[in-house]
Design a protein around this ligand. Structure first.
Ligand SMILES: Cc1cc2nc3c(=O)[nH]c(=O)nc-3n(C[C@H](O)[C@H](O)[C@H](O)COP(=O)(O)OP(=O)(O)OC[C@H]3O[C@@H](n4cnc5c(N)ncnc54)[C@H](O)[C@@H]3O)c2cc1C
Length: 263
């Protein structure tokens, strides 16, 4: 298959960190100019058996960084991730030259609170926001974070799946404009976990109250598993959030089984 040179860079894996058997973080040299904003995604791909397979990956890295970073979950029967998980430093992959996505920080509505809700790899764009804001805050060069405050809830089955817990906890302890709460939904499988428990959507109402977040002052961002997004949207709407104050980035669609249930 002819590779359109004007659409793709030949990117290169610089490093990989295996978070678990099915979660991996890659640092990538995009192989050419690659401009993006925090919250956007890169389209990465591989060619095998004459077929090019490409998928969207939210960027964890900040636009201030030279390298790209992505946090990927293995889908065992998937078209791309089983091959992606075989890549090691030095291997190449395709990267579309143009970043895409509208899951950007809402700085226009006048709402100054930002409630960031994710499952596992869905934390990726939020790490990008925080890295970018932290750099702005430290340098004092831009107007951000200014009056803006960021509240991040991340859910996973087990604590080893968080991927960025240390980094986000460090930022939360340092930056008065950032809060981070990770929660595990299977605490009975790890007796040493002393943090929050339950699914992220089950905790949403509690933290809306605890952090004093009001619908007219808060934009909510939902990223990751489509079921979490659906549940959280319902909770937010019942608590008074208007549709335009809820931004969503679903990573995939849940297949509907015959009879109406989700697979
Ligand atoms: C805007 C956007 C940003 C994304 N960012 C990320 C990211 O940062 N990290 C990341 O890991 N993925 C991300 N994804 C998902 C990614 O694009 C791929 O869909 C995913 O990696 C699976 O690719 P695959 O080719 O292996 O599986 P596919 O062949 O695409 O999927 C096979 C089947 O698995 C389902 N599926 C896909 N992903 C999952 C999943 N995670 N869990 C359960 N079932 C799934 C699909 O709906 C499909 O039915 C993002 C998707 C979008 C649209």
């Amino acid at each position: 298959m002819a590779l359109s040179q004007d659409k793709h860079h030949h990117a290169r894996i610089l490093a990989r960190r295996d978070v678990s058997r099915d979660l991996c973080i890659w640092r990538i040299d995009p192989g050419g100019p690659f401009a993006y904003r925090a919250g956007q995604y890169a389209t990465l791909g591989l060619e095998f058996d004459g077929v090019r397979t490409e998928r969207a990956y939210s960027l964890v890295s900040s636009p201030y960084e030279q390298e790209l970073e992505v946090f990927v979950e293995l889908v065992p029967q998937g078209g791309l991730t089983p091959r992606l998980f075989q890549l090691k430093p030095g291997d190449t992959l395709l990267c579309r030259r143009i970043a895409k996505g509208r899951f950007l920080l809402d700085l226009r509505s006048g709402r100054t609170n930002h409630l960031l809700i994710s499952t596992v790899t869905g934390v990726a764009p939020f790490v990008s926001y925080v890295r970018t804001l932290y750099r702005d805050w430290k340098s004092g060069e831009g107007s951000l974070p200014g009056e803006h405050k960021f509240f991040c809830l991340q859910g996973a089955s087990h604590s080893f799946e968080f991927g960025y817990r240390e980094e986000l906890e460090r930022r939360a302890s340092d930056a008065p404009w950032f809060e981070y709460v990770p929660t595990v939904s299977r605490p009975w499988e790890e007796a040493q976990w002393a943090g929050e428990t339950g699914r992220v959507d089950d905790l949403l109402r509690k933290y809306i109250d605890q952090w004093g977040l009001r619908p007219d002052k808060t934009t909510a961002y939902l990223c990751g598993h489509p079921k979490m997004i659906e549940n959280s949207r319902g909770i937010l709407e019942r608590a008074g959030w208007k549709k335009d104050a809820i931004l969503e980035e679903a990573f995939f669609h849940v297949a509907i089984k015959e009879g109406g249930g989700s697979a």
